[in-house]
Design a protein around this ligand. Structure first.
Ligand SMILES: Cc1cc2nc3c(=O)[nH]c(=O)nc-3n(C[C@H](O)[C@H](O)[C@H](O)COP(=O)(O)O)c2cc1C
Length: 200
């Protein structure tokens, strides 16, 4: 199977985790839910998904799905809440729906899966990628988390000691989250600096 160079085409970094909306067929009905994807190499990603979710069952059955990217948080919420219908198109190379409002998407085919207990790790090859916008917004949480870490640190001089400890714990927790979604990133460096300054 020919794998598409998604890293270059969409500007994704290996090892980083991005937030996406996964579209798949539930029998013949298009289905969407937000999921994180981790980039493994030039043309491979993995997703860790709770086994009881509809998306996990759809991928298990169909073996194909689309990874939709958008910076529009309301689209994430609509796909999570299922309160309003979404508008779908069709993928070109695989049997999966795509989100008409996505900035970009990857057409993916399952190549392997690993049982993680309550979750399944689905390893998938990118068979095609498309951009609807020239510069698609692809969410990685690291920069937002680094800002959150700065906000926590900036409060420390103004609060009583017991609140200080709580803020430092939160900053450490945020640093750990950044390391998971964007290892070796500028955001990780910032949070490391904040945490080591707070601990002095
Ligand atoms: C931004 C975002 C990322 C998410 N990432 C994951 C994920 O990586 N794995 C997972 O199992 N659930 C994840 N979720 C939760 C699922 O979207 C949620 O369980 C959803 O209800 C599953 O829907 P479904 O049963 O229709 O597939 C995420 C939620 C949000 C908002």
């Amino acid at each position: 199977m020919e794998k598409q160079p998604i890293l270059k085409g969409l500007g994704l970094n290996p090892g980083w985790k991005y937030e996406a909306i996964i579209t798949s067929y539930s029998d013949d009905k298009p289905h969407a839910a937000p999921m994180g994807i981790r980039v493994i190499d030039e043309g491979t990603v993995w997703l860790e998904i709770y086994k009881t979710s509809r998306t996990a069952k759809n991928i298990e059955r169909k073996k194909t799905f689309a990874i939709n990217f958008t910076g529009d948080v309301s689209l994430f919420y609509r796909s999570l809440s299922k309160k309003e219908p979404l508008t779908y198109g069709k993928a070109e190379k695989i049997d999966a729906p795509v989100l008409k409002d996505a900035d970009a998407w990857i057409e993916a085919r399952l190549v392997d899966e690993q049982d993680l207990g309550g979750m399944t790790r689905f390893i998938a090859a990118a068979v095609a990628s498309h951009k609807r916008k020239k510069d698609p917004q692809i969410i990685n949480r690291a920069d937002y988390l680094a800002l959150e870490c700065m906000i926590k640190a900036s409060k420390v001089p103004y609060v009583p000691d017991e609140e200080k400890d709580f803020l430092i714990k939160e900053a450490v927790y945020i640093l750990q989250a950044i390391s998971r979604v964007a290892p070796a990133s500028p955001a990780e460096k910032i949070a490391q600096d904040i945490v080591s300054t707070l601990r002095r």
